[in-house]
Ligand binder design. Sequence first.
Ligand SMILES: Nc1ncnc2c1ncn2[C@@H]1O[C@H](COP(=O)(O)OP(=O)(O)OP(=O)(O)O)[C@@H](O)[C@H]1O
Ligand SMILES: [Mg+2]
Length: 342
Amino acid sequence: MCLVKDCWHVWRGVNMKAGESSGLQVRNLSVTFGRGRKAFQVIEDLSFDIAAGETLGLVGESGSGKSMTAAALMGLLPWGGRVSSGSVRLGETEMTRLSNAALRAVRGREIGMIFQNPLSSLNPSLTIVQQIAEPYCLYCGASISAARTHALKLLKEVGVPDAEKRLDDYPHQFSGGMRQRVMIAMALACNPRLLIADEPTTALDVINQAQILRLIQRLQKEQGMAVIFITHDLSLVAEYAHKVMVLYAGKTVEQGSAEDFFQAPRHPYSQALLNAIPRLMSVGKRLTDIDGLPPRPQEFPRGCRFAERCPAMTPECLTAYPERTGTDAHHFFCIHPVGGAA
Ligand SMILES: Nc1ncnc2c1ncn2[C@@H]1O[C@H](COP(=O)(O)OP(=O)(O)OP(=O)(O)O)[C@@H](O)[C@H]1O
Ligand SMILES: [Mg+2]
């Protein structure tokens, strides 16, 4: 009980005043592992904004830094990792300067996270209702019975059948897809200002996937949540995101409104990702894959990180990371963009 009170006080201490700006603003965010000569960056110089009610689709190959970006925003980096530069503002709160207790409180109340792996993110020794209701009691000041009612409503909303009977079950009694739904209910429990959804529907079939994404969309409209939607599936980004940011080897290669990006991608890597999407209209045509592998963080080159795999590569690409080209609404980092230099 004492813990509940403590968290509630810390939360009230950092609570945002009515009328202040909402949404997320990230500037020059870098994450470094290790020290001295062994230090290496896994994400570097990321900058983006997400307004309330807006969805940013974060895409890129495996290992490009999508989950690390989410972990940095949450202040939940793995051991050995630290935010080595940059700023993360949620509303008026600078997250990188908060104490651990204040950060925990903002995270519990203001940020919902749907983790990539629902099994390892649920506590096997607590029932489902305990896991959904706990943040609601701790950070929203609800009573235990109100939190139970709220948990039941959320479970029904995310489509858990017989929700009343399943409240007191443990995670191992749920299938993979149902665990993913529970994870989503937990993330939405406190009506967060920012929802980070890291591959939120990988364990679901396409019908359930569409149901869950529409639910997130509806809640986003009702509550004005900013959403970061991390996925490998560009067709889902085209359907659900307002903006797109493409990561490659820890750096942004292209960023823009979904409309601009899908109509005219400028970075050869973005183009290659789009060419790899199966399309109904091109049945019988071979999908184009991207030869080679991204570099490891310990071996990031000085120049463009995609150069070694890029069909447009020239020696200049290897000398320095390309400057940002374009506008705030749509920009890219490439000296040989698709469609030619502006
Ligand atoms: N604990 C760690 N210590 C050091 N480096 C790590 C650690 N965890 C991940 N990395 C490195 O950070 C980089 C980014 O990893 P991240 O998990 O963010 O990729 P991702 O884009 O989410 O990939 P996926 O699509 O497979 O989930 C990778 O090069 C990875 O090897
Ligand atoms: Mg990941």
